[in-house]
Structures are given as C-alpha cells and as structure tokens.
Design a protein around this ligand. Structure first.
Ligand SMILES: [Zn+2]
Length: 248
C-alpha cells in the first residue's frame, strides 16, 4: 500500500496557487547530476516534480503551467515551500564571518521570510508584453532622471543567464532586464549600462523590483557569535537544496 502523500497549499506572491508535496528519497537520484545543479536546471526539475496541482493560475494563462515562464519571485517562493514540505520550517546554515573569519552557525524559520505581492502594474505587464517603465536617477553628482523600459524576470531568463557564465553578473543581469532607455539609441544601451556606478545599478534594480513586486526577501541579517559583527547574507540556496540540515 502506498501511503497518501500530504500536500501543502501554496499561494505565490503573484497569486498563483496550488499544492506542493515533499521530495522523496526515491527521487533523490533525479537531482544528483552535478550538471543539473550547475546549470540551475535542478530548480525547474524540483518545481515540476513537487508541484502537484494548480488551483488558481493567478496572472498566468498557460495550461499546463510552465515553470520556465514563472516570475522568479514565484519560483523562489515555491522552492522554499517545497523545502518546508520536505524538511520542516527550521533551516540551519553556516556562513563565514567577514570580520573574524569564524564560522557562524545560524538558524531561521523559513516561514518568516517576507514576501511582496505582485503590483497591478506587474500583473498587467505579465499579461501584455512583459515591460514596465521605471524612473531612476544617476547619483554621481550629476543627478539626472532617466526612464528605463524593463523586462519582468522569469525563471527561464534567469537560467539562460546562468548558462552564459558571465564574468560580470551585475552587468549581465542589467543587460537581461533592461530593454531600452528613453533617449538612448539601442546600440548605445550596453555602453550606458556599463557606465553606471555599482550603487546606481543596485538602485535601478531596486526600482524595477519595487515596480513589479512579486518577491521574497532572501537577505538575512546574521550576527557573529564570536565577535558580534552584523552581516547581511543572501539565503544560501546551495545549502537549502542539499535537503539535509547543516551540522551543529
Ligand atoms: Zn565574527
């Protein structure tokens, strides 16, 4: 007799809703190919395997639902829900303290990660052409406003970005997300983006995220137990997807 597999209801930041289930030990070989992890295809496989059913397609019109076309925020949110269905809410991980180099062992409740719902503008962009217009400013002492036409980031886009193995992930991500800047010719776009300062680039990405919403805040504040240093780290997805708890 096969025991009934418990499912967990999920409502993604875009409104996409459905049921996920845990990953089983029988399926682990499906995920052990190192190339899968390197290319990020492991995320698509996990989502396809553990997403049991769609109860509300939210702003997506595809049936069956295609995870490659999902907004990155929905994909991350659902992956975290699959981890919760598999391992429970507590996630323990290690990071190295940048101040004293000691190992920091940290634990968090995955249910506490803050999410931002999709905005009306994000929904409408998803349905009609995937572009939002964002106003940003340069901040190098010659403050000037500019308007950028930006693409919504899908899981598929993110994975093609990973495959290109860019030397400069910040620039690659900007080139992927910005379709054009008003007043800048298409052939000058990459030159414009390359000339942004690191803070200007970060502000532009933050403006795009604010305009679209549909995100999970995976920046975590960790405190070093040895020296008291506060450090903000990104949720370590590698450790999260190893499907075992870090040792204490
Ligand atoms: Zn420290």
């Amino acid at each position: 007799m096969t025991p009934t597999m418990l499912t967990r209801s999920v409502v993604c930041p875009s409104g996409l809703s459905g049921e996920v289930r845990k990953l089983t030990v029988k399926e682990i070989p499906l995920f052990s190919d190192p190339q899968l992890a390197q290319s990020g295809e492991i995320f698509v496989r996990l989502l396809r395997t553990c997403w049991v059913s769609t109860t509300n397609g939210g702003p997506y019109e595809d049936d069956p639902f295609d995870w490659r076309k999902a907004l990155i925020g929905d994909a991350i949110y659902t992956l975290i829900e699959i981890v919760r269905a598999t391992n429970g809410d507590t996630f323990a991980f290690d990071v190295q303290c940048p101040a004293c180099s000691k190992r920091i062992s940290w634990e968090l409740n995955l249910g506490d990660l803050r999410t931002t719902p999709i905005t009306a503008e994000g929904t409408s962009a998803l349905l009609n052409g995937k572009i939002v217009v964002v106003e940003a400013r340069t901040s190098d002492g010659h403050e000037a406003a500019y308007r950028a036409h930006c693409r919504l980031a899908t899981l598929g886009d993110e994975l093609s970005g990973l495959k290109r193995k860019s030397q400069n992930p910040t620039l690659a991500s900007l080139l992927q997300r910005i379709e054009g800047i008003e007043g800048i010719a298409a052939e000058e776009l990459s030159g414009f983006l390359e000339s942004l300062g690191p803070n200007e680039a970060r502000d532009l990405v933050a403006e795009i995220d604010k305009k679209i919403g549909c995100g999970v805040d995976t920046d975590i504040d960790v405190v070093c137990q040895a020296c008291g240093y506060d450090v903000a780290v990104a949720l370590p997805f590698g450790q999260l997807l190893r499907f075992k708890r870090a040792k204490h």
